[in-house]
Design a protein around this ligand. Structure first.
Ligand code: PLP
Length: 353
């Protein structure tokens, strides 16, 4: 089955097979990763290797901490203002879709949120329309809007401001210059592993300034080493397998080339359909990960598209309930063959309708 789910998403088959082999007895130890002490030597090795491999994949500079925490990306919507700002501070949020909007709303409980610019859910507002606050504690944006399919192709230029990015749905899908960021966070469940862990990459000078009332499990300083309390051991272990898998495949430049090729197949199928399919998103910011599209002439045809595709083993193509239409998510682990099969089906469906 080709699973086009927006998340939780497909994992690499060799990773699932290795996890299956280790499920009952990790490397012949007689116990599962789910059963071992998180402070014992075996799990210490697992989490240390996961961090080292992620550092290698993204070339994370030494002055950044890597945390593997619980609570998903949504919990970081609160943790970030609690750690990086004080009551009364202004924090800047760029809104380009549903997730950056949610992040801004949550931050508004803790700080004065300035909306730098608000997109139309199809594009990124022109840079010269942004109203950045001089002295804002940070500028937050979402690198890939999972629901709308709007993706930044480069880190936005915010001058000297501290840039904070939600990369939940395009993490490890392309090389990223981590040094441009104060903080990057990503829920695991799209590209790197099972739900249950959120990765935080944070510059070390931004750690240690949390408000006194910050819950301990949201406080980056307390959570350094990801061992204040029991970490999501199994999820971290599977993420570690994915990092090794990505490194063995040649790292992120190759991953990006593969993702470019897959996304191009689907966008080309839209563009060459003589208007049968439409992409709502402005071409320069079309996501490589999440591709929403519609059949403007007929909502009934959209329903038929989703159900016929499912019969041909292409599942989870229904669009997000807030957007409608279809959405093909082609994360790292979707094989090229999946995108080819979908593109061929799109052509065939259009010719029959
Ligand atoms: N940010 C983005 C871009 C997402 O796609 C999602 C979930 O799909 C979230 C945040 C929320 O993540 P979580 O469910 O891990 O809280």
């Amino acid at each position: 089955v080709f699973n086009f789910s927006a998340g939780p998403a497909v994992l690499p088959l060799p990773v699932l097979e290795e996890a299956q082999a280790d499920l009952l007895s990790w490397k012949g130890s007689g116990i599962s990763v789910m059963e071992m002490s998180h402070r014992g030597p075996e799990f210490s090795r697992i989490i240390e290797e996961a961090e080292a491999d992620l550092r290698a994949l993204l070339s994370i500079p030494d002055n950044y901490k890597v945390l593997f925490l619980q609570g998903g990306a949504s919990q970081q919507f609160a943790a970030i203002p609690l750690n990086l700002s004080q009551p009364g501070d202004t924090v800047d949020y760029l809104v380009t879709g549903s997730w950056s909007k949610k992040a801004a709303e949550e931050a508004g409980k803790y700080a004065n949120v300035n909306i730098v610019a608000k997109g139309d859910n199809k594009s990124v507002p022109a840079r010269d329309s942004w109203r950045l606050t001089p002295g804002a504690r940070y500028v937050h944006y979402c690198d890939n809007e999972t629901i709308q399919g709007v993706e930044f192709k480069d880190a936005p230029d915010v001058g000297d401001a501290i840039l904070v990015a939600d990369m939940s749905s395009n993490f490890c899908s392309k090389p990223v210059d981590v040094s441009k960021y104060g903080l990057i966070y990503a829920g695991a469940q799209k590209n790197i592993g099972p739900a249950g862990v959120v990765v935080i990459i944070v510059r070390e000078d931004l750690v240690g300034n949390a408000r006194p009332e910050t819950p301990v499990t949201l406080n980056f300083k307390e959570m350094e080493g990801s061992m204040y309390n029991t970490p999501p051991c199994w999820s971290i272990y599977v993420c570690g397998l994915v990092f090794k898998h990505l490194l063995a495949a040649g790292g992120l430049p190759g991953v990006k080339a593969n993702n470019d090729a897959k996304a191009k197949l689907v966008y080309d199928a839209i563009e060459t359909s003589n208007g049968f399919y439409a992409s709502p998103v402005e071409p320069s910011v079309r996501s490589n990960m999440n591709i929403p599209f519609t059949i403007p002439s007929s909502p009934d045809a959209e329903k038929a598209f989703v159900s016929e595709a499912a019969k041909q083993n292409m599942v989870q193509l229904k669009g997000h309930r807030s957007v409608g239409g279809m959405r093909a998510s082609v994360y790292n682990s979707m094989p090229l063959e999946g995108a080819k099969t979908l593109a061929a089906f799109m052509q065939d469906f259009a010719s029959r309708h």
